[in-house]
Ligand binder design. Sequence first.
Ligand SMILES: [Zn+2]
Length: 466
Amino acid sequence: MDYNTEVINRAATQLAEMFKNIVISQQQGGQGIPAIAQIESHMREVLRQIGLRALGQFLSAMQTTPASEIPCACGGTLYYQRMREATITSVFGKTSYTRAYYAGCSCQRGKSPLDEQFGLKPGAVTAGLAQLLALAGIEFSYDQSPKWLQAYLLFEVSENTVRSETEQMGALQEKQEEGLIQRSQDETYLQERQRMPGPVVPRLYGSIDAAKVRIEPRPKRGQAPEEHEDWRDMKVLCWFETENVPPAQRSARQRQQVERQQVALRAKNLRYFCDIRGADDFGKLLWATGCNLKADLSPELIFLGDGAVWIWNLVAKYFPNAIQIVDWYHAEEHLEIVASAAFPQDPDRTNWLEGVTQALWDGQVEQVVAACKALAASCELARKAAHYFYANAERMRYDRFRAAGYMIGSGTVESGCKQIVTQRLKLPGAQWTITGAVQTAKARAAWLSGHWQTLCNLRSALPLAI
Ligand SMILES: [Zn+2]
């Protein structure tokens, strides 16, 4: 859009003049000069009022002389009734406009072509406001969101509106994912893709994790709500690539990594997907999103996980050629737990831990298993750890993985779980329905994956599709 600077200048001059006169008359009345913050906030409010009126007037002005009849979607005819007022809530607040209203078709439906033309739904929020509300909703708890929005937008929005707009974004994301799932089960598409794969990512990573979400207890007869607390696993999947970190940008952890590994890697192009579903259904999402990224065609596909059996089962089922790696930090943590449990005191604890950590780092998993087994008789945690290292031995050949330049532990998906689940779904007082938790998480994942604009575009087209 090209703006007419002259019109803007003229309006600005008028506004400046108005404020100058107010301040002068206040001074004459004995009041001092107001602080700039005060001027700013008043000017924002005035600009909002201008926007409110301008938008309403603009929409009314776009109504051309109405035709006496127009075709109805059902195939019948709609007849012009009258000019009718409608209210919408835009980024400026609640605003009204007038447009032609048609009715009289045998299908009983009426409509205003202007609303369709601009994608407006009377009584609802505009797409422009919807995306701002949803942006607050993925970041703040629903009861806190209105407070933040009031500060930014200068008008009140209800908690329920923020919730429904955020969930709407999540629902749009879900719909996109369903589309991907359907396509990933279509033989023709899969064959076509094999035949003409196009560019693929040479080294692609996948990472899967889960975190608990508290689902609103529905009181059962004769039971106090706390007796059946309901926690569900929100599974989080992250696809990513890696790049070398330039020395100046390295974090303390990355500097440590370089000292040990001679190279600092960081994740880029992160794409998060999440859901509260059983592993089988989550596997469909894993395959569908992987398919979309051509993960199966990637010459090197690497999966990082914490060692949970369901994760490796899914990876083996859908991406049998992938390299499986147990996240280094998880493996290391197991050793720390054993050390604390088996050795009450230093230096025994540190000596043992240093030895096994070095062995693990060198890919000598059998040595680690033996060290844990030696403690198994007197320490249950050591016995469990021995089993854990034994079962995951091939996923812990860190010497080989490091030599190949693979990322062996990034916290990438963990931070995905943290960013999606902990930071938003576990906010104080947060209680969820399954749908509410899933849709809010999906909207948040879309934002973190740089997929937000796509959802906004879909949201813009929404009222037209109804
Ligand atoms: Zn009709």
